[in-house]
Write a protein that binds this ligand. Structure first.
Ligand code: HEC
Length: 131
C-alpha cells in the first residue's frame, strides 16, 4: 500500500521540479533581453531616424547630448543601461520626446504610432520580434 503512494508522490515532486526549471528559464530569457548590450536592429532603426541626431557625442544640441548619448548607452554597463532605459520609457510615456518645440518646425520628426510602440516595448524590456 505504501509503495502505491510512492509513485504519485514521486510524480508530484518531478512535476514541481520541472515547473521550477521552466520558470527559471523564462526569467533567464527575460534577463538576457533586458541586459542585452546591443540595441536590436528594428529598434535602432527608429532611434537613428528620430532620436540619434540630438543624442550623440557630436550633436550640436548640447542639452540633448548631455542627457543621452546612444553610443555611450550601448557601451555602458548593464545597470546603467537599465536605468537609462527606464528614463527613456518614462520620457516616451509622457510624450516628451522628440521635444515639442523641435516638432513645431519639423513635424515629420514625430514618432509614428508603430515607432512609439517599438521604443516603448524595448525600453520596457519586452521581447518582440520586428514586424
Ligand atoms: C531636437 C533634438 C532632440 C530629438 C530629436 C530628441 N531629443 Fe531627447 N532630448 C533633447 C533635449 C534638448 C533634452 C534635454 C531636455 C531637458 O533637459 O529639458 C533631451 C532629453 C532626453 C532624455 C532625458 C530626459 C531626462 O529627463 O533625463 C531622454 C531619455 C530622451 N531625450 C530621449 C529621446 C528619445 C527616445 C528620442 C527619440 C524618440 C529623442 N530623445 C529625440 C533633444 C532631442
Amino acid at each position: 500500500m505504501k509503495k502505491l503512494l510512492l509513485i504519485p508522490a514521486l510524480a508530484l515532486i518531478a512535476f514541481i521540479f520541472l515547473q521550477a526549471t521552466v520558470k527559471d528559464n523564462e526569467s533567464i530569457e527575460l534577463e538576457t533581453n533586458v541586459f542585452d548590450d546591443k540595441i536590436p536592429p528594428h529598434v535602432k532603426a527608429v532611434i537613428d531616424q528620430k532620436c540619434y541626431g540630438c543624442h550623440n557625442a557630436e550633436s550640436k544640441n548640447e542639452k540633448g547630448k548631455q542627457k543621452l548619448d546612444w553610443d555611450e548607452l550601448e557601451a555602458s554597463r548593464k545597470a546603467k543601461q537599465l536605468a537609462t532605459m527606464a528614463k527613456i520609457n518614462e520620457t516616451l510615456v509622457n510624450g516628451d520626446m522628440p521635444p515639442a518645440k523641435f516638432l513645431e518646425s519639423k513635424p515629420e520628426g514625430k514618432l509614428t504610432k508603430e515607432e512609439l510602440e517599438t521604443l516603448l516595448d524595448w525600453s520596457a524590456g519586452k521581447k518582440k520580434s520586428p514586424k
